[in-house]
Ligand binder design. Structure first.
Ligand code: FES
Ligand SMILES: [Fe+2]
Length: 337
């Protein structure tokens, strides 16, 4: 699926840059092939505009934030958070300004990231109940560019059949290549998928899982949020919860920004943020290596038997079905070969 050709994808929220980065000035980002600039708008709230000055097209991200507006670095023309031109320093005060603007987008600060929707969003930003909840902490794990597509990361996130192969260096159980069954419930935001998986528990994972047994289990409640977010809620027998939230933000048709947050119901003393980052970094590096070797133009085609590696209730098939319905509803069937 070539994301930049599916216009309906512009109507969803995506995590873009860490909110704290806006304190350093305007930030450039590419979302669904569109160059955008993010900056601190009024009251410190994030704002997002097309990264192109309507004077001589200079990139606004090379300019400066000031008083909730953004000033172009070329001649200082200033725009507010709605994209309206509000000042031309070359004009005398009495000269009226032309009615000019650059396109503005929806922007919101959530979970430490600036989320952007290029058009009126169809769905809200996914809720994470553990955000700010007593007993939980949030850890920013990863913010990396991958050369793959958002759909590839989503389908991989629900693909239990790769654990024994891709993750044999971390938690994958090579003795059990046959994946456990997923129980899937379709929802208005995508689906919920549940399964229990036995995993290898090496000594350096003991503080992550809360058990010293050589094997343990992951009780996984995995949610897919159409189109490219997911929440993986893992409960270990120790009672520890390891809740991963990902947004696979489509930069263009061949690359994504991978945002990964982690919520845990333990303390820094029980398992440090760095230990948790190191553990998941080893896992995610294995996924990255596999996904970057795939064709990023993931195919939306229900007739192919591509999910034969999964026993039943195949998440990849349901994901494609829902995406296809979404594209049909919006009259945008550009289904690739
Ligand atoms: S190009 Fe932006 S002010 Fe001239
Ligand atoms: Fe994986």
């Amino acid at each position: 699926m070539l994301n930049t050709r599916q216009k309906v994808l512009r109507k969803f929220w995506y995590a873009t840059v860490p909110t704290a980065a806006l304190g350093e000035g305007p930030q450039a980002f590419k979302l669904l092939g569109e160059n955008i600039v993010l900056f601190e708008g009024p009251d410190g709230k994030p704002a997002a505009l097309q990264d192109r000055c309507c004077h001589r097209t200079a990139k606004l991200s090379k300019g400066a934030s000031q008083n909730g507006n953004i000033a172009c670095g070329y001649h200082g023309w200033e725009y507010n958070s709605a994209g309206k031109l509000v000042a031309i320093p070359q004009f005398p005060p009495e000269q009226p300004l032309p009615d000019a603007r650059v396109p503005a987008y929806h922007a919101a600060d959530r979970y430490g990231y600036v989320w952007v929707a290029l058009e009126e969003p169809l769905r809200p930003i996914p809720e994470i109940p553990e955000e700010g909840a007593p007993g939980y902490r949030r850890i920013h794990q990863f913010y990396d560019k991958w050369n793959t597509s958002a759909l590839r990361l989503m389908e991989n996130s629900f693909d239990n059949a790769h654990f024994s192969f891709v993750h044999k260096g971390t938690f994958g159980d090579t003795e059990r290549p046959r994946p456990e069954k997923y129980e899937i419930t379709e929802t208005d935001y995508g689906f919920d998928a549940q399964t229990i998986v036995r995993i290898v528990n090496p000594p350096h994972a003991v503080r992550v899982t809360g058990t010293a047994e050589p094997y343990t289990t992951r009780d996984m409640h995995n949610k897919w949020y159409l189109p490219f977010s997911r929440r993986l809620d893992i409960t270990y027998p120790s009672g520890l919860r390891h809740i991963i939230f990902n947004c696979a933000t489509p930069i263009d048709d061949g690359s994504i920004q991978v945002v990964q947050l982690l919520y845990r119901n333990d303390t820094e003393e029980q398992c440090s943020a760095q230990e948790l980052i190191d553990w998941d970094a080893a896992i995610i590096a294995e996924d990255k290596d596999a996904l970057e070797s795939t064709d990023p133009d993931a195919i939306v085609d229900l007739s192919r038997k591509i999910e034969m590696h999964m026993p039943s209730d195949r998440p990849g098939i349901i994901m494609r079905k829902q995406l296809l319905e979404l594209l049909k509803q919006h009259g945008e069937i550009e289904v690739p070969r």
